[in-house]
Design a protein around this ligand. Sequence first.
Ligand code: URA
Length: 230
Amino acid sequence: MSIRALKQHLELLQNCGISQIYRSADISRASAPPVPTVVSQNKAAQLASLAEAYAACTKCKLHEERIKLVYGDGDPNATVMVIGEGPGEQENIQGRPFVGRAGQLLDKMLLAIHIPREEAYICNIVKCRPPGNRNPEADERSSCMPYLMEQIQIVQPKVFLLLGLVAAQTLLNTKESMTVLREQSLTLFDRPAYVTYHPSALLRNPNWKRPAWEDLQRFQVHYEMLRNAR
Ligand code: URA
């Protein structure tokens, strides 16, 4: 891991309220419950087992209105990890990310750049629906972040596609605007990261579809290079 990626990782942990980390010798003495990692299993089994382990999570208040925890979906060996904000109404009911109206648009956006949905791994910053689809709050994002970190560690995507400001600002540890983020060359944990409008935002503001299409085309060039190199 490069120094830059390490710094990014530490800043992300700090933003999640983690102010101390321990060397492995200390971890064995710590009293925190063990993280349920199952390294010997294959990626799909690991992800399924973690999804099951977290299904009844009560780490933040979002569990109060949860029907189903929405862990993630797609190819565990995906080249791209697509990260949204948090489940909506349909996702809460079905337990799968991006299955409502925004999800249908996301499927079309991906297909337009020749990526069938099943070829990507799709997940969110928070795994339970924020009431009324409000933005997830800082404590909710922090509580859920370790789950996303595990997903990244398991899937090991080659590139990230971050949908909307909540995902981008949270993961890139920035307050920059959409306009600035879309135009920058970004990295997340040493891997390229692309930012574009959230499909829900595109449903509300069709004028952003053209710039989103331009983002996707830039992403597609890089994606195809990485996928072919696998
Ligand atoms: N919006 C998101 O950010 N994620 C979903 O899963 C659905 C809608």
